[in-house]
Design a protein. Structure first.
Length: 278
């Protein structure tokens, strides 16, 4: 019930803010460490985060068709194909779908491939002065500050992480909190708000099923999908590493579409690129 109320409140609030809230942006980020630290600065100030609900990267669900493993001697594939093929051409002649309409279900899917920042990634990997820690890319929308949430990510094996919030006022802004180490208290965040956030924008999605309900294409028997559970987690969480984080970047700044933005610290750095998904 509480989950439904959250979606309803956010949905009604977003309705009055304009259609550009569902516009997708491509985000690319690189985090790296300095090998040769030349500073006498002592970092004593503890990293403090006052964040409530956060977003997290979403895993892609994999499914398999159980009927594929149930082989039976039936009529030939092509006989079945043409017998059950029924296309309503009136539907095909209707106005085409706007390709610029984004799909919220694609947001916050973490990838490692870069486009714009690829040359920076290559330089860091081949550098003797820097250690490339990770490259990430994903899609998301950028709402106003009131509706934007921090995206939280931590690599506990390599001991670094970040929280990033992108939002719009008159201009585009970013609030970045990146750090070396692991946060000492993972209960710091009350809940993973990702699915609620995604669902609140689902009204922007095109209902492809309804638009194509007059098109019937049946190939063989109806598919019976089941979720494929793969646990590829190799996270080794060392509780002894739960010490105060004192090496961090905590910065808000105005940013520009299609520009490369650099956030630096004597010990590490972050490179960020934001562009509209066209």
């Amino acid at each position: 019930m509480i989950y439904f109320k959250k979606i309803l409140i956010l949905f009604l609030s977003l309705q009055s803010l304009g259609s550009n809230l569902s516009m997708s942006y491509n985000i690319e980020l690189i985090i790296f460490e300095n090998k040769n630290v030349e500073t006498k600065e002592i970092f004593e100030k503890e990293f403090k985060i006052e964040v409530d609900e956060v977003l997290k990267f979403r895993e892609v669900d994999l499914f398999y068709n159980k009927n594929s493993f149930n082989i039976k001697n039936k009529e030939s594939f092509f006989t079945k194909l043409f017998a059950d093929l029924n296309i309503n051409r009136d539907v095909l002649n209707k106005e085409s779908v706007d390709k610029k309409t984004s799909n919220p279900k694609e947001w916050f899917r973490k990838k490692s491939n870069l486009t714009i920042l690829k040359k920076y990634e290559t330089s860091l990997i081949n550098s003797n002065n820097y250690k490339h820690l990770e490259s990430l890319s994903w899609k998301q929308n950028i709402p106003s500050e009131n509706f934007s949430k921090f995206l939280e990510y931590e690599n506990q094996n390599k001991k670094y992480g970040f929280l990033i919030k992108l939002y719009k006022g008159r201009f585009l802004h970013v609030d970045l909190k990146a750090y070396l180490g692991t946060l000492p208290n993972k209960k710091l965040f009350k809940s993973d708000y990702t699915e609620t956030y995604i669902d609140s924008f689902s009204y922007r999605q095109l209902n492809v099923e309804n638009k194509n309900q007059d098109i019937k294409i049946t190939l063989n028997e109806k598919n019976d999908y089941a979720k494929l559970n793969i646990d590829d987690s190799q996270t080794i969480y060392d509780k002894k590493s739960d010490v105060e984080v004192k090496i961090y970047i905590d910065e808000k700044r105005r940013v520009f579409n299609n520009d490369v933005h650099y956030f630096d610290h004597p010990r590490f750095g972050v490179i960020l690129h934001i562009s509209e998904d066209t």
